[in-house]
Design a protein around this ligand. Structure first.
Ligand SMILES: O=C(O)CCC(=O)C1=CC=C[C@@H](O)[C@@H]1C(=O)O
Ligand SMILES: [Mg+2]
Length: 343
């Protein structure tokens, strides 16, 4: 962990004119097979830059300051320098929404060859008993040699997290992702839960923080979840990985296959990947924007650019009112990037 100075706000090497970002942009709405993080339909703006297709898809509730970092990623992947890749395939985990245990085998069957399952837990309205049943079903599906991790998306207190990790002990968790909300709580839990031997992963404490390295500097996590769009793109994310000095897992932002290609290129540019990556999420959609979606095959996805299909784009097109909303969102995020560049 190097002594990083205060991070500068995310900014791509250069900002193309707004017209280049909007001229041939498409806004799609892809239905999810199962509700995930309160989302049933995932909207995304797709545009082709000189490097190929790229994606802008901050979650709809995110404000302009946060969305601007996602647009920096869009620009970096579509217009910026390409990082050297050291692998052509990336091992991925299956992603299990907060579903009843009886649905687990059917959902995991959509991730052929995946030996790791990430289980969503601590869903508002759910119970720890529901979570234990879901984790048990995942462990049963992957067998003793498989790996099971959980993601609580900050929804426990430290005491609730200790109780939950004790309840999951029979299922031998690979790690627990963002079990609690703040960096001090992560640090407290990491110390309290050390005897349980469950590594603590930071996700929101990285991607939603002013300083994505603060959690590493605080010694509050054993590993970091790294997401391409939220962290400002492949180039910016590689800088965070280089400074963090911790193991990392590259994960998706529930992107279309275009955004997953960005994540795959990020993962392929990181020398060591000790964990399966959360990039199997094309399997969460009922349709995609390419005839060759980055679906998991033999437990991995390809590291390749994705060409969209005009018929699939047309079939997935969002309503005009949503297209206008996304275009305005690009305008606002583009203005924020230009403000950052001028300051
Ligand atoms: O990591 C994975 O298996 C898939 C990606 C994933 O779980 C998430 C993507 C985007 C937002 C969140 O809902 C969730 C996460 O918190 O990691
Ligand atoms: Mg997470």
């Amino acid at each position: 962990m190097s002594d990083a100075s205060q991070p500068s706000p995310v900014l791509p090497p250069s900002i193309p004119p707004l017209a280049d970002l909007l001229r041939d942009a498409h806004v799609v709405a892809l239905p999810l097979r199962n509700r995930f993080r309160g989302v049933d339909v995932r909207e995304a703006l797709l545009v082709e830059g000189p490097n190929g297709w790229t994606e802008f898809s901050p979650f709809v509730e995110y404000e302009t300051e946060e969305a601007a970092s996602w647009l920096a990623a869009t620009i970096d992947f579509g217009w910026g320098p390409s990082a050297p890749v050291s692998r052509r395939r990336v091992e991925v985990n299956a992603t299990l929404p907060a579903v009843p245990a009886e649905l687990v085998p059917g959902i995991l069957a959509r991730y052929p060859g995946c030996r790791t399952v990430k289980v969503k837990v601590a869903e508002p309205g759910g119970t720890l008993a529901d979570d234990v049943a879901r984790v048990a079903a995942a462990r049963k599906y992957v067998g003793d040699d498989g790996r099971v991790r959980i993601d609580a998306n900050m929804n426990w207190t430290v005491d609730e997290a200790v109780d939950a990790l004790l309840a999951f002990a029979p299922y031998r968790l690979e790690y627990a992702e963002q079990p609690v909300r703040t960096v001090p709580e992560l640090k407290a839990l990491r110390e309290l839960a050390a005897p349980l031997g469950v590594p603590i992963a930071a996700d929101e404490s990285v991607r939603k923080a002013t300083d994505p390295l603060a959690v590493a500097r605080a010694g509050a996590a054993d590993l970091l979840v790294i997401k391409a769009q939220p962290l400002g793109g492949v180039t910016a994310a590689l800088g965070i990985v280089a400074e963090a000095g911790l193991p990392v897992v590259v994960s998706s932002a529930i992107d279309t296959s275009v955004g997953l290609s960005m994540g795959a290129h990020l993962a392929a540019s990181i020398p060591s990947l000790p964990y399966a990556c959360g990039l199997g999420t094309a399997a969460m959609f009922t349709s995609d924007v390419t005839r060759e979606p980055l679906l998991p095959v033999d437990g991995a996805i390809d590291v390749r650019r994705v060409d969209v299909d005009v018929d699939l784009l047309r079939a997935a097109a969002a309503p005009d009112i949503r297209r206008a909303w996304w275009f305005e969102r690009v305008r606002a995020a583009h203005a924020e990037l230009e403000r950052r560049a001028a300051s």
